[in-house]
Design a protein around this ligand. Sequence first.
Ligand code: BYC
Length: 348
Amino acid sequence: MVADRRDTENLVIDALLYQNDRMYTQALDTPGSDADALDEQALELRFLARVDAEQKIEPKDWMPARYRNTLIRQISQHAHSEIVGMLPEGNWITRAPSLKRKAILIAKVQDEGGHGAYLYSAAETLGVSRDQLIDQLLSGKAKYSSIFNYPTPTWADVGAIGWLVDGAAIMNQIPLCRCSYGPYARAMVRVCREESFHQRQGYDLMLQLAQGTAEQKKMAQTALDRWWWPALMMFGPSDANSTHSAESTRWKIKRFSNDELRQKFVDFTVPQAEFLGLTIPDPLLRWNEPAQRYDFGPIDWSEFEQVLKGNGPCNAERLAARRDAHAQGAWVREAASAYAEKRKHHAG
Ligand code: BYC
């Protein structure tokens, strides 16, 4: 069936290209002419056939402008999320309760910086510069994940972030390893390996607290109460309100819908909470035997919208911290540029 469709597509592409060649030979190749439109149509069909055939699209390949723009949007939002995501946990490095936990946390936060750098590089392959992307973040124009606009008032929040936020991130990012755009898919393979370590360290931290004193267990429960609903919001709006899903699915950027991934996350995480002896803050959460999944209560989308508009508990604080860090790092960028310039002269 799929093979049949591809054969038909190839025939259509060939017919369009043939027609186009004839038009060129009849000297109709003026810019913006029908010939250009046909060319574009043929290229798009060939692009879609490659996507259907699970071939990776690489930076120098032809791609529709909307595909390019969607990828720039998603990859840069993802990169910004990693960089802003360093802040809530970074806040605890100096206060980690043991040397072991401090070393783990430093490694995790450093990994996140690495993921951000990786992802900015992947976005750059689409013809946008890192400076442009960073300007968009610092000016407040670009989005980053809603989740990083929540505070981390206790040590247990570090555990909840690892367990829930990194757990949700893995659920969303494993399918991205098969995304149709080569550089993004390849970056995700390494990112997911590291995320898996991040998730485990978070769960391990929660386990230690949950098995500790009554006060420690309460701390773990309160952190779960704080992070549960925001973690579910990480997957994005419900399918009915997801503006980009249809196109991104057609282009095999997305392999599962926002709601499908959210459901998988709930099904995966509820037994983990039970093992910890903690209660998920949702009175409507129930196992649905016939459907073999958990049903859960409604998400407060008005909270999500507020966070996206910049009105979450920590939006202003996060952006201020990034702007500060960027300003304080100016001398490093200048020194690195001067050094690169010097090496270029030496090489020349
Ligand atoms: N927060 O049509 P939709 C990490 C926006 S970092 C904010 O469904 P799409 C970690 C969306 O951008 C994890 N905005 O969009 C780091 C769109 O707005 P625009 C970050 C959101 O793209 C450090 C609008 O809502 N992960 O794990 O098809 C420490 C409509 O949505 C959010 C990624 O970035 C949100 N949660 O699907 C620890 C993964 N959700 O652009 C951990 C890559 C939606 O039209 N991204 N919006 O103005 C994706 O997979 C997809 O972009 C999403 C959204 C599933 C997030």
